[in-house]
Design a protein around this ligand. Structure first.
Ligand SMILES: Nc1ncnc2c1ncn2[C@@H]1O[C@H](COP(=O)(O)OP(=O)(O)O)[C@@H](O)[C@H]1O
Ligand SMILES: O=C(OP(=O)(O)O)[C@H](O)COP(=O)(O)O
Length: 404
């Protein structure tokens, strides 16, 4: 079955349509450092506004723990949306509370209302289905129909992604449809050699995809926060770098399986180690098996892949015909630790084949480092979502929209 499209919802003029977007953008204070996910949400919202629908936008931002936290307010995002959309955009300071209810009731045809962060409510991410369904019921109270367009979150079984869509007539928005168009081609018949590059900081989330990717790819390049669990699996010390100690055995299993399958998992040979997590921290390049032998000893932090590794990764990428990349190679937000990410991004732009970048921070990284979106085959708004899609996994937020 294919996705249900917005057209299946019938005429929407005057109807209240709740749209689940992924507006989880990187913020510095209240400043959005990359608005890619906001811009990617605009076509669906404008199509609905154009029909005269009353559009209620819902999204998460960051990972607040089920209670309001001003650091994760969607207010700056609503303000950005107001600049991008040719329609009035209001903001409610709660998600399903009195302010939201009053503003939903006052919403006119062709107007937009952004509700406060879904994850300020414990029901959104609860492990308990009844709690999720109860919260979804409160959201559904605002909706005649639901459009799901937050591709970056379709791998999450969360109230607004999975339960809400079952409580009202629902369909996929244009962003989800266009993401699947490209990613489906990658799962069907990727041209080989096929290389996947993994990095970033959501290590435990993303380690699991490796088992499923091994039968599908030729080469895996491991950088970013993920690399330290691999180095530890090889018996090396990693100082105070990001480490998932309870995943070491699992990773040893991946390394053994990769060898059996003839897939190469390429690990860094050198890393940039810093005295602390800041842009002006002392830092040195060291061999990947000597992280604790720098002047910073066991308190050293690995914050980027080293130059030899960056060159080797870039060469492997240029030799490939298909490359999917998720997760920055280092803490690119701090200039001294951006070189690995820049080298990988540059190589993707030079590849003779299909290059796909996935993930909120990965997309932000390539733009912040000055690359043009058009230099890549596709920039996906979802990192974890696109990885799990490429694994061939059934994603709850897509299944509920008819995708099989
Ligand atoms: N060695 C590292 N140590 C700590 N954090 C890292 C390291 N390398 C990359 N990161 C961080 O990973 C974050 C992005 O990770 P993630 O959310 O998994 O990527 P994406 O949003 O693209 O899926 C960035 O903020 C970056 O600073
Ligand atoms: O940023 C996101 O995912 P990504 O970092 O994998 O691209 C999505 O907004 C999902 O966020 P979550 O991983 O907190 O559920």
């Amino acid at each position: 079955m294919t996705l249900r499209t917005i057209e299946t919802l019938g005429p929407l003029a005057g109807k209240r349509v709740v749209v689940r977007c992924d507006l989880n953008v990187p913020l510095q204070g209240e400043v959005i450092t990359d608005d890619g996910r906001v811009r990617a949400s605009v076509p669906t919202l404008e199509a609905l506004v154009g029909q005269g629908a009353r559009v209620i936008v819902v999204s998460h931002l960051g990972r607040p723990e089920g209670a309001p936290d001003p650091r994760y307010s969607l207010a700056p995002v609503a303000a950005r949306l107001d600049e991008l959309i040719d329609a009035p955009v209001a903001f409610a300071t709660d998600t399903v509370g009195p302010d939201a209810a009053a503003k939903v009731a006052a919403l006119g045809d062709g107007e937009v209302l952004v509700l406060e962060n879904l994850r300020f409510n414990p029901g959104e991410t609860s492990k308990n289905e009844a709690e999720r369904t109860a919260f979804a019921g409160e959201l559904a109270g605002f909706a005649d129909a639901v459009v799901s367009d937050g591709f970056g979150v379709v791998h999450r079984k969360q109230a607004s992604v999975y339960e809400l869509e079952q409580l009202r007539p629902s369909a996929a928005g244009h962003l989800i449809a266009s993401e699947l168009d490209v990613l489906d081609r990658l799962t069907e018949s990727p041209e080989r050699p096929y290389t996947v590059v993994l990095g970033g900081s959501k290590v435990s989330d993303k380690l699991g995809v490796i088992a499923h990717l091994l039968p599908r790819v030729n080469t895996l390049l491991i950088g970013g926060g993920m690399l330290f669990t691999f180095l530890a699996a090889q018996g090396h010390k990693v100082g105070s770098s990001l480490l998932e100690a309870d995943q070491i055995e699992t990773v040893q299993g991946y390394l053994a399986e990769a060898e059996e399958r003839g897939v190469s998992i390429v690990l860094p040979t050198d890393v940039v180690v810093a005295a602390s997590f800041s842009a002006d921290a002392d830092h040195v390049v060291t061999a990947a098996d000597a992280i604790e032998q720098t002047p910073f000893g066991a308190s050293g932090l690995g914050l980027d892949i080293g130059p030899d590794t960056a060159a080797a990764f870039a060469e492997q990428i240029r030799r490939s015909r298909t490359v999917f990349w998720n997760g920055p190679m280092g803490v690119f937000e701090l200039a001294p630790f951006a070189a690995g990410t820049r080298a990988v991004a540059q190589a993707l732009t030079e590849l003779d084949g299909l290059s796909v970048v996935g993930g909120g921070d990965s997309a932000a990284a390539v733009r912040q480092l000055g690359f043009d979106d058009a230099a890549f085959g596709h920039i996906s708004t979802g990192g974890g979502a696109s990885l799990e899609f490429l694994e061939g996994k059934k994603l709850p937020g897509l299944e509920v929209l008819g995708w099989q």
